[in-house]
Design a protein around this ligand. Structure first.
Ligand code: ADP
Ligand code: MG
Length: 464
């Protein structure tokens, strides 16, 4: 049995931090620079360690602000973060680094153009760096959608117009839309590509109405060469925006501009007017299905290439077998395991993965926290949580506290000092003493044994 630990709470944040950061830079950049930063986590501080000073300076110069903003967004303002390097820059110590003609502590020259994320300054669409065709793993479940998206990206406005892709959450619809966007950018730099979620499209519209600038809106969307509209199910039953979109659609289509639209369902299952529904079906409607096992494994294998630690095959197989119908969750499970390993400085193996994902997979029952345990122990003895955490050393309060610590040891991964901390800032030697005491007592005192046993059962059930 495994409880919810502080490490894991933070490892979830770390996962989110890493995913967001990785999503905002190019794969090359991630692989060479940002993905190489190692985390070191303290109670109030995250330290990112670069392999050397050159690396550190580069990251700070290019991405310092970005990292900081994502960091605060994810970890909140209580945590601080710092970027340090393991060793000073030594010429030749980093074979891949740009001209090794630098002195230590001198700002590095700019990296070659290829590894800098394209900026698209002249272009309005924020495209996710990672969502490219190269990073999209093909399988039976998505091959038609992928082929159609590639055809459209090769020759916008020529083959299928609109291309309508539908499928469940986390199956790669947004990824494909962005991939079309990247591809068109690269091969047709003069075309104006606009990726927009349906929600943003609607908000833009409302905003322009409010400011009496509806013409701006019309101009903005109708001047687009490739419109990538995500999650169009959002428009359902919103008459005014449907009307507006209908006109946008017609204008673009008449001009031979490409539309790619995604949705969580087939147009025939849409509650919209027939005239719009039929337009959705004018071009090609194609679906994405949940990936089969082999595809899930391939996706994980690709993801594992970027992991800071080696992920054994059996662990990949285990993850692929636990998470089946959502690729976002599949990736999340992998990141959770690798983040846990990085934060606890351990190698990844099957028992660890099972433990980390065991809790993750539990849909019912909140994860067990130290406080749940303290309050169960307190209840059982008729004390309050505050008394258990308080200074008094009278019996049977002390016994109650000791039992609580024992339960925490059994049910969570909290370290001895952490257990001491949650029990009112007690020393870890006190915790060790308490654990010994309870172990001894339950061997000799039947009543205590029964109580501990029933608390364990009760808490295990609650932990899911
Ligand atoms: P949707 O828009 O359908 O909800 P996303 O496009 O956001 O799903 O995909 C969820 C996650 O899964 C993204 O991180 C995406 O990169 C990843 N993903 C989806 N399909 C694939 C695939 N075939 N190969 C690699 N990664 C994929
Ligand atoms: Mg999406």
């Amino acid at each position: 049995m495994h409880g919810f630990t502080l490490e894991e709470a933070t490892s979830r944040q770390w996962e989110e931090f890493q995913t967001t950061l990785r999503g905002s830079v190019s794969p090359a950049n991630w692989q060479k620079w940002l993905g190489k930063l190692q985390p070191e986590l303290g109670a109030t501080q995250l330290t990112l360690i670069a392999p050397n000073e050159f690396h550190r300076t580069w990251v700070e110069e290019k991405h310092g602000k970005q990292i900081e903003s994502i960091f605060h967004q994810v970890f909140g303002s209580e945590m601080t973060f710092s970027l340090v390097s393991l060793s000073p820059y030594l010429p030749g110590s980093e074979e891949e680094a740009d001209p090794p003609s630098l002195e230590p502590n001198v700002s590095p020259s700019h990296p070659s153009v290829a590894e800098v994320e394209p900026r698209y300054e002249t272009n309005p669409s924020p495209l996710f760096g990672r969502y490219r065709f190269e990073n999209f793993i093909q399988g039976e479940s998505n091959q038609f959608a992928l082929a159609a998206a590639q055809a459209v990206a090769d020759q916008p406005g020529v083959s299928y117009n609109p291309l309508f892709i539908f499928g469940g959450a986390g199956l790669g619809k947004t990824h494909l839309l962005h991939a079309v966007g990247h591809h068109v950018h690269e091969f047709y730099p003069n075309l104006l590509v606009r990726y927009v979620t349906s929600e943003k499209f609607l908000n833009d519209f409302i905003d322009c109405i409010r400011r009496k600038r509806v013409d701006d809106f019309k101009h903005r969307y109708r001047s687009t060469d490739v419109l990538l509209l995500d999650d169009v199910q959002f428009f359902e039953r919103k008459e005014q925006i449907l009307e507006e979109f209908f006109h946008t659609f017609n204008t673009l289509h008449q001009l031979g501009k490409q539309l790619v639209i995604t949705s969580d369902r087939h147009p025939r299952n849409f509650t919209v007017e027939d005239r719009l529904r039929s337009r959705f079906e004018w071009g090609l409607v194609t679906d994405i299905q949940p990936p089969l096992l082999e595809t899930r494994l391939a996706i994980l294998r690709r993801g594992a290439e970027f992991a800071p630690k080696r992920v054994p095959q059996e662990v990949l197989e285990y993850i692929a077998s636990t998470v089946s119908d959502n690729i976002r969750e599949l990736e999340g499970a992998l990141t959770r395991v690798t983040a846990f390993a990085a934060l606890t400085h351990r190698e990844i193996d099957l028992p660890m993965a099972e433990k980390v994902l065991g809790d993750h997979g539990k849909k019912n029952g909140a994860p067990l926290q130290a406080l749940d345990i303290i309050s169960a122990a307190a209840d059982s003895y008729g004390f309050s949580v505050a008394e258990v955490q308080g200074p008094s050393r009278r019996q049977p309060l002390v016994m109650c506290r000791q039992v609580g610590m024992y339960l925490c040891r059994e049910l969570t991964d909290l370290s001895l000092p952490k257990i001491g901390e949650v029990f009112g800032g007690r020393d870890h030697t006190t915790v060790i003493h308490s654990l010994d005491k309870v172990k001894r007592v339950i061997r000799s005192d039947r009543a205590v044994f029964d109580r501990v046993h029933s608390l364990l059962q009760q808490l295990r059930k609650r932990g899911g």
